[in-house]
Design a protein. Structure first.
Lengths: 337, 322
């Protein structure tokens, strides 16, 4: 009987605390409503002593996001701004809890978002806008529905990223001969991969190139290796592989090498981390494209400096520079990670 | 004498004490962010959502079983909910998915009771099959966003809606299930027989209790709760994602164990389940407030589970010696 009383007391005290939360909503914004559009409705003037939250798909599981967060911390320290970092660990559910936490804290002036899932990211943007918090997407954007709620996207131009590999293929093989190719992509739900895939299709439209398959490898070289093995078994006429990240390219190269078909199949890629550049130097990877995290953050810094000094930014897409890496310049290039 | 009294107190109230201590620690360490009223509201919502999953698992534990497939039940039901809802509407999709979840639970129960396959192995096999189905349905790593609305608002808005400024759908649904199933366990014949099925199945069989039927009912309830949880998770995300079930089985098992529900069967109730879930979510929430990495959260949760088990072992040992 006493146990029941104690349990009931504990439960009621917690419930009472929660009831108080409902009665006295401490200025936390009404998240039940959705505002019309971020860049129009949300504040794009930021305070000089900026306090931002960086909600990232991951800050530890893949090299590109690691490079981003390292550079961001330096830039924020230099400018006297405050940065809270949230590692989504690749999980939309985790990132959702973190976004809820950011909103309930009510402390930040801005959220910089690298969404774990570009569709779910639209929900985050709507919730944050409703709470009066502007959003800048970094590295990967949310899908079209949510972009009206975002101040700007800072990151590489995905179409430009693909153009180097696509032009290499066209210049090398010409556009008269029929060729077969496969695409190795990442997370289907991530908008940067969606855009890259669309760009490949766009660049090869009107050519006699046949797309045999698109395989999704998450963030894993092992998955890319496995998928490539399956593709090599199913198709004996693959001419080139368009990998949408060096991570997948390296898996594909390994599979092709094991199958003894390195002379038959060309691999092009992007993102250019150190092993990718080495593969270009060795001649196993034809092209990769350097998209440096520190350059992306430099662009972010420009944007934030404009917004914290009453200035404005020009355009939704704020793109960072890209560098094509081929065998001609690979030895001179230094990878960021 | 004093030691015996203290041990007796701990043995009887251990889960209540642990929950209170964890709450107090969170208040001290993670304040003021933790005690912010809007955060406590978010905390209540997550307790509601994950509590539903734990309610289902409690039934399975009471009958002496285990279900490793609950995470992928959630993912599968969530995926099917979105696919069907985008085709024929949310309400019929919800009905179908609730039946589907119950059927998967019944399948687990059948595998365990009729095929006599150990629950660990049987539910592991179902988990693997569901994982494959989810990847297949979501095209190997995609997500599916839900286009339909609930009562005229988008699902994320529905999920965050608060009746009287307090009660969100997840809290309301969890409370209804909690009270309903608590009454079922306490006041119905089948409910009380479940404890016998889990605690002493041989005695149950001699008494004419149909252990197999009650076990299948328990697993079916677990499947139903997984389906309900999937609806709430899809609502919170606005989509189903292929990995939305990852780690949910461990989360639910830890919550139920912390709550003092015995894995051997024959002991547990909705109150214990609620305490366990509350403890887990308080830890999770406080860790986020403190800006700690997810791996740190897992470490702390693991330590709490071990401490609970040690405490329970020690107090049980002392009781036997007395």
């Amino acid at each position: 009987m006493n146990k029941k009383i104690l349990t009931m007391l504990l439960v009621f005290s917690m419930l009472f605390t929660i009831v108080l939360s409902g009665c006295k909503n401490e200025g936390a914004a009404d998240t039940n409503s959705t505002t019309a559009g971020g860049s129009e409705g949300a504040a794009t003037e930021l305070p000089e002593n900026l306090h931002a939250a960086y909600a990232a798909v991951t800050t530890s599981l893949a090299p590109w996001p690691i490079a981003l967060v390292n550079s961001m911390q330096e830039v924020f320290d230099e400018n006297g701004w405050t940065l809270d970092v949230y590692d989504g660990e690749g999980s939309p559910a985790t990132q959702t809890e973190q976004i809820n936490s950011i909103i309930s804290d009510g402390e930040v002036d801005l959220v910089i978002l690298f969404p774990a899932d570009s569709e779910v990211g639209v929900t985050y943007v709507q919730q944050l806008n409703a709470a009066g918090i502007p959003v800048i997407t970094l590295g990967s954007d949310v899908t079209g529905d949510g972009q009206s709620g975002v101040v700007c996207y800072v990151g590489p131009n995905q179409e430009e990223l693909v153009s180097y590999g696509a032009n290499y293929i066209k210049d090398t093989f010409g556009t008269e001969e029929e060729l077969n190719y496969v695409i190795l992509s990442g997370w289907e739900a991530q908008y940067d991969y969606v855009l890259r895939e669309a760009a490949v299709n766009k660049f090869f439209e009107g050519t006699p190139y046949n797309q045999l398959a698109v395989k999704y490898c998450g963030a894993s070289r092992d998955t890319a290796l496995e998928e490539m093995n399956n593709l090599l078994t199913a198709h004996d006429d693959i001419d080139f592989v368009f990998a949408l990240s060096d991570e997948f390219a390296l898996g594909a190269i390994q599979a092709i090498d094991q199958a003894g078909r390195s002379d038959e199949i060309t691999v092009v890629s992007m993102e250019a981390f150190s092993e990718g550049i080495s593969a270009v130097e060795e001649g196993t990877l034809a092209v990769t494209v350097l998209m440096r995290g520190d350059k992306v953050v430099e662009k972010l810094e420009e944007v934030l400096q404009a917004l914290t000094t009453g200035g404005s930014i020009d355009g939704y897409e704020q793109n960072s520079e890209l560098v094509e890496i081929t065998i001609d310049n690979a030895s001179a290039m230094e990878a960021e990670y | 004498m004093k030691n015996n009294k203290a041990l007796k107190f701990l043995r009887e109230y251990n889960v209540v004490v642990i929950t209170a201590l964890v709450f107090l620690a969170a208040v001290i360490i993670a304040s003021p962010k933790f005690t912010k009223l809007s955060n406590l509201s978010n905390l209540a919502m997550s307790i509601g959502t994950y509590g539903i999953l734990a309610i289902g698992l409690t039934f399975v534990f009471i009958v002496g079983g285990i279900d490793l497939s609950i995470g992928y039940q959630v993912a599968f039901c969530g995926t099917m909910l979105v696919i069907i809802a985008n085709a024929i509407g949310l309400v019929p999709a919800l009905i179908i998915v609730l039946l589907m979840g119950t059927a998967i639970g019944y399948l687990n129960g059948t595998i365990v009771t009729r095929l006599k396959i150990p629950p660990l192995i049987g539910t592991l096999a179902v988990m693997t099959a569901l994982n494959g189905l989810v990847l297949l349905l979501s095209n190997n790593s995609g997500n599916l966003s839900i286009k339909d609305t609930m009562f005229g608002v988008s699902l994320p808005e529905f999920y965050r809606f608060q009746l009287f400024g307090v009660l969100s759908p997840s809290i309301i649904i969890a409370l209804v299930l909690f009270v309903g199933f608590a009454l079922f366990l306490k006041y119905t014949r089948s409910g009380s027989d479940m404890y016998v099925t889990g605690g002493n199945p041989e005695a149950g069989a001699f008494s004419g209790i149909n252990n197999g039927r009650l076990t299948r009912i328990a697993y079916s309830i677990c499947g139903l709760c997984s389906a309900i949880c999937s609806f709430l998770l899809v609502s919170s995300l606005g989509a189903s994602t292929y990995n939305m079930g990852d780690g949910l089985d461990i989360t639910a098992i830890c919550a139920v164990v912390i709550g003092g529900v015995k894995m051997q069967g024959g002991k547990g109730n909705m109150g214990m389940c609620l305490m366990g879930v509350a403890t887990m979510q308080i830890i999770n929430n406080a860790m986020i407030k403190m800006g700690l990495h997810g791996s740190m959260q897992s470490l702390v949760t693991g330590i709490v589970v071990i401490l609970v088990l040690i405490l329970d072992k020690l107090t049980s040992k002392k009781a036997v010696n007395e």
